[in-house]
Design a protein around this ligand. Structure first.
Ligand SMILES: NCc1[nH]cc(CCC(=O)O)c1CC(=O)O
Length: 309
């Protein structure tokens, strides 16, 4: 590519790392000239409040999309799990890159792993998905919200506010903070969020030239697995205030999709869980598996749970 590509990015350390990572890939694989355009989003301004209460995931992507629409940038790099299930008209998610560690991490200055936490310990975490699964594993624990970017969350732990915190391993690893991870949850025990650990590239839907260039960066196994995961969320209504987990794992061409849905009111109802498997080699099969998983959750009574979110 001869033209310069401008990447619109949030200015958190994690977002900048991700944008730099994609910049290096584009320079290396496409011999492109790339520049970053840093922006503060509405989501960043209110990072200390529970996002689901103030408008949800879209808050992190809207300003970036405006920059794309106005031609100030051509590409936006997102943590896939922060991207709404359906993008606004005029935008497209054209590439999903190879996934890093999708697991949730246990971070503590006092305890080696989740099992070592004493009765009644105080755990900080930032998503309803983690809250409902932690409560399900250990009803004795006290779970408190923990917001802010990764550095803020670690600082709150270090100030002694919590016995342990739980957050995505991928974010810590990207920021060079892997040594803070005391242990990782098995994905069966703490099912990750749809798309966790993967990066998604968004462009204007009419930018066919760039779409073609970016196609070379797609990691097909990650793309298919995360499409199945996101299909579960879409089929259940797609709200980010929903305590929903969805994670796909490969064994050859077999995709095993594990899903869990919790009730948003603490202790109100048991966690609903399902595991489905299918041969998946193309998009329609991935989407069908995701839809089946959503139906399986509905068969367990998901409607009551969704009505409460
Ligand atoms: N919701 C914030 C967010 N968005 C992406 C990551 C980490 C990287 C990833 O999961 O891909 C995080 C931090 C976290 O959930 O602990």
């Amino acid at each position: 590519m001869t033209e310069k590509i401008v990447i619109a990015t949030r200015e958190s350390r994690l977002a900048l790392w991700q944008a730099e990572h994609v910049k290096a890939l584009l320079e290396d694989k496409l011999q492109a000239q790339v520049e970053l355009l840093g922006m503060t989003t509405r989501g960043d301004q209110i990072l200390d409040r529970t996002l689901s209460k103030v408008g949800g995931k879209g808050l992190f992507v809207k300003e970036l999309e405006t920059a794309l629409a106005e031609g100030r940038a051509r590409l936006a790099v997102h943590s896939l799990k922060d991207v709404p299930m359906d993008l606004p008209e005029g935008f497209a998610l054209v590439a999903i890159l190879e996934r890093e560690d999708p697991r949730d991490a246990f971070v503590s200055n006092r305890y080696e792993n989740f099992e070592a936490l004493p009765q009644g310990a105080l755990v900080g975490t930032s998503s309803l998905r983690r809250v409902v699964q932690l409560k399900n594993l250990r009803p004795d624990l006290r779970i408190e919200p923990l917001r802010g970017n990764l550095d803020t969350r670690l600082r709150k732990l270090d100030e002694g506010g919590y016995d342990a915190i739980v957050l995505a391993a991928a974010g810590l690893m990207r920021l060079g903070l892997a040594e803070r991870i005391r242990s990782r949850f098995d994905v069966e025990q703490m099912i990750p969020c749809a798309g966790q650990g993967a990066l998604g590239l968004e462009i204007r839907a009419d930018d066919a030239a760039l779409q073609q260039h970016l196609a070379g960066l797609i990691d097909t196994p990650t793309w298919l697995a995360t499409q199945a995961e996101r299909a579960v969320s879409r089929a259940l209504g797609g709200s980010c205030s929903m305590p929903l987990a969805a994670h796909g794992r490969w064994h050859g061409e077999q995709l095993t999709l594990q899903v869990a849905l919790g009730h948003p009111e603490e202790n109100a109802k048991p966690l609903l869980k399902q595991t489905l498997q299918a041969t998946v080699t193309q998009l329609d099969q991935a989407l069908a598996l995701g839809q089946q998983a959503a139906e399986a959750l509905r068969a367990l009574g998901a409607a009551d749970y969704l009505a409460a979110t």
